[in-house]
Design a binder for this molecule. Structure first.
Ligand SMILES: [Zn+2]
Length: 591
């Protein structure tokens, strides 16, 4: 087969449903326990760190254990998808998740005035030999005179420092990287920015995003990376002076639809106004944080939200408890393998966002989130090692448990309505309570490389009643095939059943995007998938988009540019949630 299947796909989202917490728990309510058996279909990894980059399978008394918290996370994410609940475990708090290279950047100067932040356009003069600004920092004010020379693309403006000159400019220092343009090495130049034009008012948000772009407050470290660390450090120091109203800050900026995007250097990235949490809010799917507006999954599984400085903290206890799952067979362990850690963190809009438009980025109109992320099962694939191409420090050694290993655990429920119990049973059994059912969960680590597939069945469901001072346990009678009827949206059920189908796609073809079948850098595939990375001031255009969940063929081509022409791929229509496979023709060539 030509091409590969991306390890994850998205379940499309609907408008989230939230209501008052108390409304979920109207009597009669049931309490009791579900006794479950989990049988592994593939190898699994539930890790306990023994040394840096070396993990044993989690064990108690020599027996393999899957922690209750891990099972709970697995079941909860399915429950969320079935009930249009919030995306409780997204990295929705990341403020710089969506960012991109600033195209067509113009020089400017920012000031914090009595009336708020303003931008001045600026004229930029280069230091021809990069010798004059050695002893200066970004933001320093210098006197200069100008001269110009003919360059390849028109006239280039240069400056000479001149102590008592009437013309003043602001120093802008940059990293000394070299690029090759038309065979000639070009050194990046320091420059000075001269203030021009009138003050353009700016929003606080645009300044906030510039700070996010430069500095990570949570980690207390610079995001703006320069080879010479002093360049970035001085830039952030100047930013803080500007914020305090004590200085002007040279910036590169780009304006689009009234939004001003700022970057510390001409070639660096800018952060978009709309981040994951904004997209979630549009759909009422942002993590719940008040009792008046709670989604079904949070009501059942509980919520803990830490507000800033303890203000706005909010918690509701879980009504469900998962015990640890234990495997009695001490021969269940497989030998250790080496795997690459983590998944690539990419601002790949073509996968995480979708749009009816051909060109888009996070701030474009008509853009929506692709949905809830799930990993495909890898059928017919034994994992030996996935760490052939990574750099050393990303490789982890993990101990696995073999396929067909049997774990047992219990799920306790406490004062929940019968409909919630039925939904929970569906989320656990995926509607088929038989050991050979193809509908499986994913647990533990290494999901992208094919670890973690397991079938869970409910062996018994007991409901506890209290009468005459005694607890009585009764069998709860249920029919797995009837369960799906309790969900308001049957499309959600179909989507969950597709993504949990062990045989939905051919496991042998699953891998992260690379430009050839034997591996290669993931980044390269994404950059080759973009048409017009240099196209000025325009959002990216993509050759390939991720196939939508409903598509029969989930393959992507190793050569993304071939996506539009290859006959072996199906063509989508690019509508909003069915993200569409590939465009029907290659994108137009830019001039
Ligand atoms: Zn919620």
């Amino acid at each position: 087969m030509n091409g590969f299947i991306n390890p994850y796909t998205f379940i499309p989202v609907n408008k989230g449903r939230k209501q008052d917490y108390a409304d979920y728990f109207k009597k009669p309510l049931l309490s009791g326990k579900i006794c479950c058996t989990l049988t592994t279909r593939t190898q699994i990894a539930v890790c306990d760190k023994i040394r840096e980059q070396d993990f044993d399978f989690f064990k108690v008394d020599g027996k393999a254990v899957i922690m209750g918290s891990s099972l709970r996370g697995t079941i909860r994410s399915i429950y969320e998808a079935l009930t249009d609940s919030c995306l409780s475990s997204t990295n929705a708090e990341d403020e710089d998740y969506f960012s991109s290279r600033l195209n067509k950047a113009a020089p400017g100067l920012i000031e914090n005035t009595e009336n708020g932040y303003v931008l001045y356009q600026a004229k930029r003069f280069k230091d021809e030999n990069n010798t004059q600004l050695r002893n200066y920092k970004t933001g320093d004010i210098v006197g200069f005179s100008e001269y110009s020379k003919k360059g390849r693309n028109g006239t280039i403006l240069y400056f000479n420092l001149k102590e008592n000159a009437s013309r003043k400019g602001y120093v802008h220092k940059v990293d000394r990287f070299h690029s090759i343009i038309k065979g000639k090495p070009i050194e990046n130049k320091d420059s000075i920015f001269e203030k021009k034009g009138t003050a353009i008012p700016l929003t606080e948000k645009s300044i906030h995003l510039l700070e996010v772009n430069i500095f990570d407050v949570d980690k207390n470290q610079l995001r703006y990376a320069t080879k010479d660390k002093k360049i970035a450090e001085n830039y952030y120091a100047q930013f803080k002076k500007m914020k305090a109203g004590q200085a002007l800050l040279p910036v590169w900026y780009y304006e689009e639809n009234g939004n001003y995007y700022f970057a510390p250097s001409q070639m660096s990235r800018a952060v978009f106004f709309r981040q994951p949490v904004d997209f979630l809010k549009d759909k009422n799917l942002n993590p719940c944080n008040t009792a008046e507006s709670v989604c079904e999954a949070c009501a059942l599984f509980g919520i803990v939200r830490q507000g800033e400085n303890n203000s706005g903290s909010f918690a509701k206890a879980s009504r469900i408890r998962f015990s640890d799952a234990i495997c009695e067979d001490k021969n269940c362990f497989d030998k250790k393998i080496k795997i690459l850690s983590g998944s690539p963190r990419l601002s790949s809009f073509e996968f995480y966002l979708n749009s009816i438009d051909e060109q888009y980025h996070a701030d474009s109109p008509n853009v929506k989130i692709a949905g809830r992320k799930y990993y495909w099962h890898h059928n017919d694939k034994t994992i030996k090692s996935s760490a052939n191409n990574g750099s050393e420090n990303m490789i982890y050694q993990v101990e696995l448990v073999k396929p067909k290993s049997v774990f047992r655990f219990e799920v306790y429920f406490d004062r929940i309505p019968e409909t919630a119990l039925k939904k929970l049973l569906f989320a656990i059994t995926l509607g088929e309570n038989t050991a050979d059912s193809p509908h499986c969960h994913k647990v533990g680590h290494g999901k992208p490389i094919g670890l973690g597939s397991a079938k869970i069945i409910a062996d018994s469901v007991k409901v506890r009643t209290f009468s005459d001072g005694l607890y009585l346990e009764d069998d709860y009678i249920w029919n797995p095939e009837e369960l799906r009827k309790v969900f308001a949206n049957q499309k959600n059920v179909d989507n969950v059943l597709k993504v949990t189908d062990f045989n939905a796609v051919n496991g042998k073809d699953i891998q992260y995007p690379t430009t050839n079948p034997d591996g290669g850098e993931i980044f390269k595939w994404f950059s080759e998938n973009r048409n017009g990375l240099r196209s000025i001031g325009k959002p990216m255009e993509y050759y390939c988009k991720l196939p939508s969940l409903k598509d029969t063929d989930q393959h992507l081509p190793f050569n993304p540019k071939s996506g539009g022409n290859s006959q072996s791929f199906s063509y989508g229509n690019g509508n909003s949630f069915g993200m569409g496979n590939f465009r029907t023709k290659p994108p137009k060539k830019k001039k």
